[in-house]
Write a protein that binds this ligand. Structure first.
Ligand code: PEP
Length: 250
């Protein structure tokens, strides 16, 4: 049995006062959530605040990115050991916004996964196709390529410590969600790709769905056999919406 995991990707949103009421709101609903992992991923500068708010609770905290480098002359970057140092447990890597807007290649994502694992963090590795790629029937080829880079850079055993998020780019922030059947097909494909290397790891790895997941559509998506949780953007910014999704996963 895989333990579901729901993580909120706050993206470039937040302020001290807003974060506090959002986290306290989420914490209010946490006691009712049994048997799932829940995390929130604020912008870097708010990690210490959110770690402090979540201290001694079941709520975990993650970052949205990290450098592939450990330290040195990389102005503006934040290293994985720094994230661990301030109490982050997860780090989202390879998000489509970073791939598309900040030039993160499969190779860079793989190096970031390596850096995160070396720092003891759990990477949430995002994969997924654009609308053009889906329409060209390239979904499987794209996801295969994105996974292969991380497998060849880190070894299949690394997936023991990785969470995968399947995020069709056309569903992120668009209000357009993959149907449960569409998502399930790609989740099963991802598991199959890993099974080609190690059947045990393929069965145990947790694969989140991400892309306009909301309280109203979460239950149908999460009922699919290979969907083990959600990576939530917009709906993670309201405690009630985020908790609604968490309740559907619990
Ligand atoms: C995301 O950015 O990871 C995401 C899934 O966003 P949204 O839920 O807003 O589509």
């Amino acid at each position: 049995m895989r333990k579901p995991i729901v993580a909120g990707n706050w993206k470039l949103n937040g302020a001290l006062a807003d974060n506090e009421s959002l986290v306290l709101g989420v914490l209010d609903g946490m006691p009712a959530l049994e048997g799932i992992d829940v995390a929130v991923c604020p912008p870097f500068v708010y990690l210490p605040q959110v770690v402090r708010l979540a201290e001694s609770t079941a709520l975990d905290v993650g970052a949205q990115n990290c450098s592939e480098h450990e330290n040195g002359a990389f102005t503006g970057e934040v290293a994985a050991p720094m994230l661990a140092d301030v109490g982050a447990r997860y780090v989202i890597l390879g998000h489509s916004e970073r791939r598309a807007m900040y030039g993160e290649t499969d190779q860079i994502v793989s190096e970031k996964v390596k850096a995160a694992l070396a720092a003891g963090l759990t990477p949430i590795l995002c994969v997924g196709e654009t609308l053009e790629e889906r329409e060209a029937d390239e979904t499987e080829a794209v996801v295969r390529r994105q996974l292969a880079a991380v497998i060849s850079g880190n070894g299949i055993q690394a997936f023991d410590r990785i969470v995968i998020a399947y995020e069709p780019v056309w569903a992120i922030g668009t209000g357009r969600t993959a149907s449960p059947e569409q998502a399930q097909a790609v989740h099963a494909f991802i598991r199959g790709q890993l099974a080609d290397h190690d059947a045990g790891i393929a069965q145990s790895v947790r694969i989140q769905y991400g892309g306009s997941m909301k309280p109203g559509n979460a239950a149908d998506l999460l009922a699919q056999p290979d969907i083990d949780g959600g990576l939530i953007g917009g709906a993670s910014l309201k405690a009630e919406d985020f908790l609604g999704i968490c309740r559907a996963a619990a």
